[in-house]
Design a protein around this ligand. Sequence first.
Ligand code: MLT
Length: 266
Amino acid sequence: MNIQLHGINDVSMAYEDRGSGPPLLFIHGYPLSRALWEGQVNGLSGAARVLAPDLRGHGDSQTTSGTYSMELLADDCLRFLDVLHVSQPVVVCGLSMGGYVTFAFYRKYQDRVAGLILAATKAGADSLEGQANRDKAAATAREKGVSAIADSMLPKMLAAKTYEAKPDLVATVRRMMETTALDGVVGDLMGMKERPDSTPLLAEIDKPTLILHGADDQLIPPKEGEAMHAAIKNSRLQLIPGAGHLLNMEQPELFNKAVREFVGAL
Ligand code: MLT
């Protein structure tokens, strides 16, 4: 399903809305799109209402220029739920940058949260070196185009074994990255660069939280998931074997099973 929704903070958002039951909001990472969640839309919509928007500047959503702060993206997600009349608290599942957006969503709208799923993400802000790398990546994107970003990121997105075993998946990931708008890439980079440190928030999180991390994540190492697990009281950590950064695509059955069990226990 691909529906344009108008009037969300002056952007139109494309999204998936499949199934019925407890609402699950899936927030994709950088520089990806809702296509990231195809295995969850198909695999979980029998038991839940799976909601997966394209963030602004991504997929089929409208692109705006400027910095996409994590708070702005979280505000877009809230308006998205409001326009769809989803008033009951949702389980928010964010992967990587989507996890940073999830922290921003929790900070502002925790009464709308039934539980959290933090996938392949981390709580800390960028280091100074990390911030400088955001500027370098934005300059590369402007000079050489989004495909140069895809070229540099693709070798780090998946577990080493996935590249040989699942060439179709690799092609899908490349396509997702290459179809992200230039302003979307730069907007994300500037937003991630200035995002606040969410580490102090972890001790305040009192909603059930599932932390999922690919055991072979090259971009955000599993120790980040372990640190969040140690700091969030009501959390469970599951490392997914045979998966890198995009664990939900690489091991959809294991990922969906963990989500199903978590949601079933809420
Ligand atoms: C992502 O996968 O969303 C990003 O690579 C996260 C980041 O760059 O910090």
